[in-house]
Structures are given as C-alpha cells and as structure tokens.
Design a protein around this ligand. Structure first.
Ligand SMILES: NC(=O)c1ccc[n+]([C@@H]2O[C@H](COP(=O)([O-])OP(=O)(O)OC[C@H]3O[C@@H](n4cnc5c(N)ncnc54)[C@H](OP(=O)(O)O)[C@@H]3O)[C@@H](O)[C@H]2O)c1
Length: 323
C-alpha cells in the first residue's frame, strides 16, 4: 500500500509518499481499499501544525474516505468484503488502504460515486448541523453564503435550498459563481469587486436572514451589516486568514444573533445526536434530496498540488485524491 506521510509540521511540500505492507485487519476492524479521499482545508492546517489539535508525528493526513472493504477482522459480522463504504477517520485517509473499526464504516448511500461519497460528510455534516441544529431556516428566507464555490459553500447552498431557502452566493471568480448557480443559488455577488452589503440587501429586498461565513477576514463586517431584522450570522471558519472582530453594535441592531458552529467538537460530545444527523444526511443524499457535486480528482501522488491549490483559492468545488 501507499501512504502520504507527514514527518514534521512544515510547509505542505515536505509531505512524502511511502510504500508499506498491505494492512491486515485486527479483531473488530476492517480494511478499506480507498477509491477516493476527501481533501479539506483543514488537512493543510494539520500538516503545517496550524490546527488547534496537533497529531503525534509521523502521521498520514486525510479525514474522509470512500472505497471497498477488502478484508474484515475476527468478530466482524456487520460489514462484508466487497461493500462500498465511506468513513471519516479524521486522519489516515490519504493512502491506498486504511484500517477502520467495523462500526465506523457506513454504506455509500444511493448511487453516489466514490468521489461524491468521500467529499460528503465534513462539508454536508457541518452545514446540516448548522442550518438545522444551530439555527433554523424557514422556507423563503434569504441565505447569503460566503466562499460559495468552496466545499462548505456548495454544501451550504444545497442544504439551504433543500430547506426551502433562497440563496445568494458570494465568491471571487466567475468559475466559482457558476458552480454556485449550478448548486442552486439564484443570485451571485463578486465580493472582491462589488459592495457585498449593498448588493446582498438589494437582491434580498432589504436584508438577508442568514449569513453562512466560512471565510471571515474582511468579508465578515459587510456580511453582518447585510442581515435583516432577527438575522443570524453563522461563524463557520476563517479561510480568508484573519479572524474578524464583529462590531457589537451591529449585533444589537435589528436583534441579530451571532452563532458559533463547531461541528467536530459536537460529534465528540454528542455522538448519539451526531449519529442521528449522519443517518439523516445519508437518507437525504441517498434519495437525491441533496445533490453533492462531483469533486475534482487528483492522483494520490499529487497530494502537494491538491493541498496547495486548495490553499491558494484555485479550486472550485471539492477535491479528492485517487490512489
Ligand atoms: N466550524 C466547523 O465545524 C467547520 C467544519 C468544516 C470546515 N470548517 C472551516 O470552513 C472553512 C472553509 O472550508 P472549505 O472546506 O469550504 O474550504 P475551501 O473548499 O477551500 O473553500 C474556502 C473558500 O474560502 C475562500 N477564501 C477567501 N480567502 C481565502 C484565502 N486567503 N485562502 C483560501 N480560501 C479563501 C475561497 O473562496 P473565494 O475564492 O470565492 O473567496 C475558498 O473557495 C475552513 O476554515 C474550514 O476549516 C469549519
């Protein structure tokens, strides 16, 4: 098997690929031949030591996989060899094989491809949690999505549309805005060149009900000011770099609410509730109620390029590594 290995917290180009013996599952475990591994913004943070959790070195990054079960350990009867499964190991996914607890793998829902399945859980789990547990969306409400052509952004559009909302997508390039329209947004804003607050207010006819913000930085202030009466501002991430300081007077005005979203921490504190959320997600994805985009594929060997392109804002949509 082949695995991407991080030997030191360093720039992304220090990652290496190593050959290792094929895995043999321990009791209660299964080995999955990885057909696609989801690449997330956070993977780049992990390998550079910039994330709040620092894995012990050396480690293989990669938090999401989809593939085929190729071996099952002693005592495993819930999963069989040949099943198409997905899993979220947090680490270890950037490899041609991964060993997982039998209870941690889930059948790939419906007709989803390996790529769609490998790119599903982090983005859609976060957005389903955000829009159904951290706040609620009523049909017809306006949702403004920042970084709308990225992984979180496209999932936010799909989930919001499923809940009956109307979506305005803000993104930096024509390609990303086109992807957002294909995902279900009805209007777009070029937030690098247009006035984000003015355009969002104009399109929504007075102000948006919800802001989904995975970017932060200089876009946060105008997005907060674009919220209407009782508007909710979802703090998802800071891909833009700077953590914004939101003016408290703008939260007071219009009875707005700023809502923090830490889906990863919630999955650990409330695993039963998260299982219910994931079952809901699998049912929605399996029935076609949600339509995750086909991701951009990079060979496993091009892991450095994939992480660099994501970090440099070059990618529209999700990225997967294909071993
Ligand atoms: N809170 C949670 O539970 C949770 C869960 C998952 C992810 N996250 C966080 O959400 C954020 C977005 O994740 P993602 O998977 O959507 O990432 P992504 O696919 O890389 O998309 C992020 C988007 O941010 C925008 N951006 C603006 N300035 C940027 C910059 N300087 N560098 C990179 N991107 C920039 C880009 O869109 P434009 O070019 O259009 O501006 C890009 O498409 C990350 O910070 C991640 O850690 C949080």
């Amino acid at each position: 098997m082949r695995a991407v290995v991080c030997h030191e917290f360093a720039p992304i180009d220090r990652l290496v690929i190593e050959e290792r013996p094929d895995l043999d599952p321990a009791p209660g475990k299964v080995v999955v031949a990885v057909r696609a591994a989801g690449v997330n913004y956070v993977d780049g943070l992990f390998v550079q030591g910039k994330y709040q959790i620092k894995p012990p070195l050396p480690f293989t990054p990669g938090g999401e996989v989809a593939g085929d079960v190729v071996a099952v350990g002693e005592g495993v009867d819930s999963v069989s060899v040949g099943e198409r499964v997905l899993a979220m190991p947090w680490l270890g996914g950037f490899a041609s094989q991964v060993e997982l607890s039998a209870g941690a793998v889930v059948p790939i829902p419906g007709a989803l491809s390996y790529g769609q399945a490998a790119a599903l859980v982090q983005s859609y789990g976060t957005m389903l949690y955000s829009l159904t547990r951290r706040t609620h969306v009523s049909p017809g409400e306006w949702v403004l999505v920042l970084g709308a052509g990225g992984g979180i952004g496209l999932a936010a559009i799909d989930v919001a549309r499923h809940l009956g909302a109307r979506v305005i997508a803000a993104a930096s390039s024509e390609e990303k805005r086109a992807a957002a329209i294909r995902a279900g947004a009805e209007a777009t804003i070029d937030y690098e060149h247009e006035d984000l607050k003015a355009r969002a207010r104009e399109i929504s006819g007075g102000g948006v009900d919800i802001v989904v913000d995975p970017v932060g930085d200089r876009f946060a202030d105008p997005a907060l000011r674009a919220l209407t009466w009782m508007g909710r501002y979802l703090v998802i991430g800071f891909a833009g770099g700077d953590i914004p300081r939101l003016p408290a007077n703008q939260v007071l005005l219009n009875n707005r609410t700023v809502v923090g979203v830490d889906w990863g921490a919630w999955t650990m504190r409330d695993p039963d509730d998260n299982r219910a959320l994931l079952a809901e997600l699998m049912a929605l994805a399996g029935s076609g109620a949600l339509s995750p985009v086909e991701p951009v594929e990079y060979p496993l060997e091009n892991v450095i390029q994939a992480l660099t392109d994501l970090q440099d804002r070059k990618v529209s949509g999700k990225v997967v590594l294909v071993p």
